[in-house]
Design a protein around this ligand. Sequence first.
Ligand code: ADP
Length: 433
Amino acid sequence: MAAVRIRILIASLLAAVLALGFATYFSGFLTRRIERLCSFAESMVGNPEALPIEVVAQDELGMLARALNRTAIELRDLVGRVRLESARREAILSSMADGVLAVDEQMRVTFSNASFLGALGRKGALPENLPLAELVRDPELRELLMRVLRSREPARHRIRLTSAESGTFEVQVAPFAGPSGGGAIAILHDITDLERLERIRRDFVANVSHELRTPLTAIRGYAETLLEGGLEDAENNRKFLEIIKAHAIRLNNIASDLLTLSELESGPSRSDRSQPASEAESVSVSEAMDAALRTVESEARLRGVTLIRDGQAGGRVSGNRVRLEQAFINLLDNGIKFNRPGGEVRVASRRDGDGLVRITVADTGIGIPSEHLPRIFERFYRVDRARSREVGGTGLGLSIVKHVVERMGGSVSVESRLGQGSTFTILLPVSAY
Ligand code: ADP
């Protein structure tokens, strides 16, 4: 009996040791699997490219591993899509012509694109979370952003930035709320050119009205004088009519110069059947200059100004012959008008390097004060209004020259010395044919 009990005891002990061994082995096995699952789950966020976890058994942990593998695939797709989207957005914002600036609630810069930095005259990346005050000195932009941050309402304002590349911007600011706090985003649309064009247009309309009013008032005044008895004034009636005629001619000159300018700005007129739509023909510079010289010859003689032709090597250029001739006439005419008796106007044309023709019209006239030089190609700009009117000028001659030359792919410039004379230089590309 005792031997049987001992055997049972040994068998029980063995069974207990075996059970303990198995239990230890399985619990270690399970712990390792759970640990692997944990570290896999943790690595999924930081490393979406991680390989899927191996499914070692078809039990609950196996099911969990399979579910984690599926989640990892979805997460990888999601991260990929987010990355693509963010790269796309980054590319759009960086290549935008408009400036983009984002700030957080503490007015620190969280994003700015190249256009915005360019407008401030800055290059390269900004330090992270730079306070806006250190980037933008203009209080207007900061105040606008602050207002939007406070009110949480979008706002729009025209702002002038006084940075290196100063300009005027239409700024639109909108608030935004993010998971890690809110902020505001500003889009800056550069309207410097638009504003300049608006100003030019306004000035132009004002100038045209002013230019027309002077001769019209004179015509009306002298016509009334004639009607109110002037007709019987044998001594003066002819003089009054001469004045009316001179002002009518001036009106006509202004109208035709304006028409020329508007045609130059909008391309050849449809009614002008003598010119092909493209306006381009091969024009001999010498021939156009000769024709222009013939046109102004009598005026030069009348004013005692000598016309001198220097170099004749010009070659051919591509453009509208009549317009080029007109540009030469305008320059020659000015050289004669703003000259003195006994003075001269010297013209020359020669081939320059880089396939260009250089045409110069130099006079020994009154010259142009240096402060006026940058503006004389503007419409209606005159150094001395009274003198220009006296010699029948419209103030449009040089702007026609500029337009004609630029339409032909060339440029015009001027050098002048007060009391000694002026030299206008036209550079035109030589035509291929
Ligand atoms: P205008 O009809 O008055 O001549 P332009 O546009 O041809 O108009 O010229 C503008 C102004 O530039 C003139 O009024 C004159 O003050 C100045 N100017 C142009 N050419 C000359 C020149 N050769 N010498 C001196 N002043 C000139």
